[in-house]
Design a protein around this ligand. Structure first.
Ligand code: PLP
Length: 370
């Protein structure tokens, strides 16, 4: 049996080859490479898909999140030094976006079972400076709860979603990315909807926010050579917009296949050394990642590798233990730290075959740590 890759991007994109080639040729021959028809079409299609009035495309996911906070500052909703609540267990970009906008990230532990921000630990972190809660739909699973919605209402906080890992997830009939005031999305190649390079988007129903994000991503300019804000250069390439338009068409069926594989993992994996995640198999989960947990994680990973199965750790070092955030290095977040010690991500993607899935299950079940 060949190696089971963690994520076979070549095979994924080969499935779109003719559509992608047509799209790229169309852009090549148009002579127009930024801020054109392809971007407009993708923004419309993605807003329709998520179910928001607006989608504003930009350079990448980190910029999408950063632009949301920068826009709220321009709009007078937030000011530098204000606080934003974020989960302690996330990819560092969620937190970097808050810092980069001049706001202060305040970390909250995740729930041990759902792995998402623990909504019973949010209120104790709210201060007079708190202006927003950012939830991260981590691993492809919705992180929103009705309780989080109530807390935002009660304290007058904005709700921002980091939806980089969960394009297409649905909570009670609404897509993630449409559950709060604004959401940042990443189309990094390995995400569920992935470009052939960097790209991102902001979704929102707030017209002023959408317009401000758009201007801030274009140097702070709404009118050529007139600058009312200190912005960034963060635009999507026409080529990436055209590619994403092609791939968006099959996102729901791709996510369905991910859920089928996850279901098979739940049924098939049976080993005392391995803990399965306490996640949902419903539409609110698009399984960007399938995380398992083991006290012998590193040995398990080695064993899988010896048996031809590639895995990744999401993530090896928690944000508060990174040198970039040395001011937090002494903080203690035991749930987050345990997740980082024990987590291992199994191969999962729409192009994985049934026999590859069965191979992963059978190798996992034969693991003995001693
Ligand atoms: C990928 C990712 C980002 C950043 O997206 P980029 O496009 O790589 O900048 C942010 N948050 C989370 C949770 C991610 O997984």
């Amino acid at each position: 049996m060949d190696m089971v890759k963690f994520l076979d991007l070549e095979k994924i994109n080969a499935g779109y080859a003719s559509g992608i080639e047509k799209a790229i040729n169309r852009v090549l021959n148009s002579g127009w490479y930024l801020k054109g028809k392809e971007t407009e079409n993708f923004e419309q299609a993605y807003a329709d898909f998520i179910g928001t009035k607006y989608a504003v495309a930009c350079g990448n996911g980190l910029d999408a999140l950063t632009l949301i906070f920068m826009a709220y500052i321009e709009m007078g909703v937030m000011k530098p030094g204000d606080e934003v609540i974020v989960p302690a267990n996330t990819y560092i970009a969620s937190i970097l976006a808050v810092s980069r906008a001049g706001l202060k990230p305040v970390l909250v532990e995740p729930n041990k079972v759902t792995l998402q921000i623990d909504d019973s630990k949010i209120e104790e972190k709210i201060s007079p400076l708190t202006k927003a809660i950012m939830i991260v739909n981590l691993y492809g699973q919705n992180a929103f709860s009705d309780k989080i919605g109530e807390i935002c209402k009660q304290y007058g906080l904005k709700l921002i979603e980091d939806n980089a890992q969960a394009h297409g997830a649905v909570y009670k009939g609404t897509r993630t990315g449409a559950l709060g005031d604004a959401a940042g999305h990443s189309f990094y190649p390995g995400k569920n909807l992935g470009a052939l390079g960097d790209a991102g988007a902001v979704t929102t129903n707030d017209k002023i926010l959408a317009e401000t994000v758009k201007a801030l991503g274009n140097y702070g300019s709404e009118k050529k050579y007139v600058f009312n804000m200190k912005g960034l250069n963060s635009r999507i390439d026409e080529i990436q917009a055209a590619v994403l338009n092609e791939k968006l068409k099959t996102l729901d069926s791709d996510n369905k296949r991910r859920r089928e594989i996850a279901k098979r993992y739940f049924e098939g994996i049976d080993n005392r050394e391995i803990k399965l995640p306490g996640v949902s198999l419903e539409e609110d989960n698009v399984f960007h990642i399938f995380p398992i947990f083991s006290k012998n994680r590193d040995r398990l990973r080695e064993f899988l590798k010896e048996n031809g199965i590639e895995t990744i750790i999401h993530y090896p070092i928690p944000p508060h233990k990174q040198i970039a955030y040395r001011e937090w290095n002494d903080f203690s977040f035991p749930v987050t730290e345990q997740i980082h010690r024990e987590e291992l991500s199994l191969p999962i993607s729409p192009v994985m075959t049934d026999s590859e899935v069965e191979e992963v299950i059978s190798v996992l079940n034969s693991f003995r740590p001693a």
